[in-house]
Write a protein that binds this ligand. Structure first.
Ligand SMILES: *Cc1c(COP(=O)(O)O)cnc(C)c1O
Length: 366
């Protein structure tokens, strides 16, 4: 009959998924390009992490430790956790996918928020389940809207805290209230990819809540403040039963040896991390003030990026600003796919790039 019968066909729904599109990297014809589109750190990783990575090059013929013990123990020591409740993955992306494939199936619903990270939607669909999108309130996650969307089919709730691309956060009292109101079989996934950058008394990444409940997990990454995005290192802190279930379906060697070594060295170098956080805090404040000084609206950010909103005026919209900046070598992130058609997200970059973007936008808006 149809030719489709003569070739392998993906499961229903897979071809309806729009593949994740990473931040742009290139500005054709521009000599010096600053990539400010993927929230990578401008400072690179700790020199100790680079050294550990180089040392690992001498043993590439050997399989890595399938339990990533060195890395799990280094993380556990840093945060005072039990290493048995930590699982490492090839980026937190892998762990989010594993969670979906372990806990979701056809007929299940996963709640994601209006401006939530696109990976949640992709992995929910990939598991055959249905994403249910809940409105946010002025780029802030709305816990009451999430609770109102819970149905008997709900199995999972995803919150990026802080959010990307919003840069806003949910206070710990609201997270606790959400957890207390969710049925026990619904998993609350706290994606705390930017937790290290947050300096607010009413923020918690989720460690305490995971420790004291059975349905909360927290994911973290080495891709942002630790500067190891290329190595793909993420971790999840979760109750033992959830770690056990995920361990059954993960790849036996999902972490590579150079990543294990470099990650452990990076997290032990807390002084380097503190320097990266300080640099970032200084520039988040300066960038926010500068863009607001140009008359742009900026969503207040506790992360390493700012969400800049453009006027709804011909020639001054986000798409035009994006083009203008790209021609000058500044690559920001268009966030239309995240529900912000007239905004750009800018990662804190090296000083000359931060200053360059401010000056370029001044010219653009003039
Ligand atoms: C960058 C980011 C991550 C990190 O993903 P990795 O796979 O660990 O690189 C996770 N969640 C959000 C919201 C992010 O922005």
């Amino acid at each position: 009959m149809s030719t489709q019968m003569n070739e392998p066909v993906p499961r229903p729904g897979i071809l309806d998924i729009a593949a994740y599109v990473p931040g742009k990297e290139h500005a054709p014809g521009v000599a010096r390009v600053y990539k400010l589109s993927s929230n990578e750190t401008p400072l690179g990783p700790s020199p100790k992490a680079i050294e550990a990575f180089r040392n690992a090059a001498g043993q590439l013929e050997r399989y890595p430790d399938g339990q990533a013990v060195e890395l799990r123990e280094a993380i556990a020591a840093t945060y005072g956790l039990n290493a048995a409740n930590i699982l490492c993955g090839n980026g937190s992306d892998e762990l989010l996918g594993l969670l979906c494939h372990t806990y979701l199936g056809a007929g299940d619903e996963a709640i994601i928020t209006e401006h939530g990270f696109l990976v949640y939607r992709i992995q929910t669909l990939a598991a055959g389940a249905t994403p249910v999108t809940v409105k946010e309130k002025d780029a802030h996650v709305d816990v009451d809207a999430i609770l109102a969307a819970v149905t008997p089919k709900t199995k999972m709730v995803f919150i990026a805290n802080p959010g990307n691309p919003t840069g806003t956060y949910v206070p710990v009292t609201d997270i606790r209230r959400l957890q207390a109101s969710l049925p026990g079989h619904v998993m609350l996934v706290l994606d705390a990819a930017y937790a290290e950058y947050v300096k607010r008394n009413d923020y918690e990444a989720g460690i305490e809540l995971v420790s004291n409940s059975r349905n909360v997990v927290m994911t973290r990454t080495f891709s942002k403040v630790h500067g190891l995005a290329a190595l793909r290192i993420g971790w999840i802190y979760a109750p033992a039963a959830i770690i056990d279930a995920m361990n059954r379906i993960r790849g036996p060697f999902n972490m590579n040896a150079p990543a294990i070594a470099a990650g452990a060295a990076a997290i032990r170098d807390q002084a380097f991390m503190a320097g990266a956080v300080a640099y970032n805090g200084e520039w988040i404040d300066k960038l926010t003030a500068a863009f607001e000084g140009l008359g742009l609206k900026v969503t207040p950010s506790v992360t390493n990026f700012v969400l800049i909103h453009f006027p709804d005026i011909d020639g001054k919209r986000a798409a035009e600003a994006d083009e203008f900046l790209t021609r000058r070598g500044f690559i920001l992130r268009a966030v239309r796919a995240y529900g912000f058609p007239n905004s750009l997200r800018m990662s804190v970059g090296p000083e000359e790039a931060n200053i360059g973007v401010i000056e370029a936008l001044r010219e653009f808006l003039a």
